[in-house]
Design a protein around this ligand. Structure first.
Ligand code: NAI
Ligand code: MG
Length: 351
């Protein structure tokens, strides 16, 4: 645990700057006086791209490296062609900083809405975390097209799976499962059809599992997992899966546990060779930008993940307790602004 935090902040576009301001407010309220936060803001995203044509210049990538962590709001706007900022900024950061663990916790807090019809004891037990591989799978850009634009077009998008990449993320997931009360780890894949990659994942999952006798293991095909997310979400504790399955499952997880306003995530380089990046799962929400309607809670929960990553567990716990208490008292009939929610959470963590 360090007594100072060098934090890079990428507020981004739309509601990004609005929710990040509240996240930083809660961060400074929760930390003890003697922990200093030095923040440096980076102007990246749609606005920057329109102004200069740049997405993530090398000089800025270098400068980001000198930080302990990155807090990101959201990047994107309908005025930017699809893929430009995703590939040129978000994915570039993930690959350059080797964010091989994409962490998304899902907890069904009391008094939050879920579209699922769950019994009370099921509801109370919904608390799981998806460890999604972040640097391999079909997201590496290993593909191309031939005879493009003709009726005979051929396109490939090859999923890349290395023993090295699978083992490191599987190890991280076992360690996380071993540290949680239920100590259960589920591998999600599709090894009955994707046999080559699937067997690599399953063999490594079983081999590493021998080192964690205290962790109960389970395997589910991804299609079965989507059923259980809806019918029995309480059966999950830690889930480990590849980049694509994880992308889809985590959006489903957010949808069943209070929605996009609550979903937090971390793009983590566990060894600390590069700064990890924490961000709400939602985007820049241009439809509500500037109206004060954005819920900053997902960003505040991302700040809790950031603090836990840096070893400030007590402060992370305080933020999560404050969110639980705030949600318990929420009344859908009296909507609060982004700033009012941020102020309430800051008051709770410092009180
Ligand atoms: P979105 O997540 O921005 O919005 C989807 C819906 O959820 C909208 O109705 C929005 O108003 C609502 N919403 C989102 N965050 C909210 C919050 N904190 N409180 C209350 N309501 C909230 O997804 P959309 O509309 O598909 O994308 C908008 C832009 O964001 C696009 O340019 C997209 O590329 C980008 N994007 C960026 C991401 C990132 O920076 N990691 C992730 C997802 C989308
Ligand atoms: Mg997604």
């Amino acid at each position: 645990m360090s007594r100072s935090i060098r934090l890079a902040v990428i507020p981004g576009d739309g509601i990004g700057p609005e929710v990040v301001a509240e996240g930083l407010k809660v961060l400074s309220a929760v930390l003890p006086q003697d922990v200093k936060v030095e923040t440096r803001e980076y102007d990246l995203g749609a606005r920057r791209w329109h102004a200069t044509g740049e997405t993530l210049p090398d000089a800025e990538l270098e400068s980001l490296k000198g930080h302990d962590a990155i807090l990101l709001g959201a990047i994107g706007d309908p005025s930017v062609p699809s893929g430009v900022l995703e590939r040129g900024l978000l994915l570039k950061l993930r690959f350059a900083f080797d964010h091989y663990v994409n962490l998304r916790p899902s907890r069904l807090y009391p008094n939050t809405a879920t579209p699922l019809a769950l019994r009370e004891e099921q509801r109370a037990a919904v608390d799981f975390v998806v460890v999604r591989e972040g640097t391999e799978g079909p997201y590496v850009g290993n593909g191309g097209s031939l005879r493009t634009g003709t009726p005979a077009e051929v396109a490939t998008e090859v999923s890349l799976n290395t023993a090295y990449g699978v083992e490191r993320v599987v190890r991280d997931a076992y360690a996380r499962a071993a540290a949680r009360p239920r100590k259960k780890l589920t591998l999600v894949h599709k090894n009955n059809v994707l046999v080559h990659a699937g067997h690599l994942w399953k063999n490594i999952f079983d081999a590493v599992g021998a080192e964690y006798p205290e962790v109960t293991t389970d395997y589910l095909h991804v299609d079965a997992a989507t059923i259980f997310f809806v019918t029995q979400p309480e059966r999950f504790d830690v889930i480990v899966t590849d980049n694509l399955f994880g992308d889809i499952l985590t959006d489903l997880a957010a949808a069943i546990t209070g929605g996009i306003g609550l979903a937090a995530s971390g793009n983590i380089n566990p060894g600390g060779a590069f700064p990890s990046m924490f961000e709400p799962v939602h985007g820049s929400a241009p439809d509500i930008a500037g109206t004060g309607k954005a819920d900053p809670t997902a960003t505040v929960l991302s700040v809790a993940l950031l603090l836990r990553h840096l070893g400030h567990d007590a402060e992370a716990d305080r933020i999560e307790e404050a969110v639980a208490a705030d949600l318990a008292e929420r009344d859908p009939a009296t909507a609060r602004t982004t700033r009012q929610i941020g102020d309430a959470l800051a008051a709770r963590v410092s009180g």
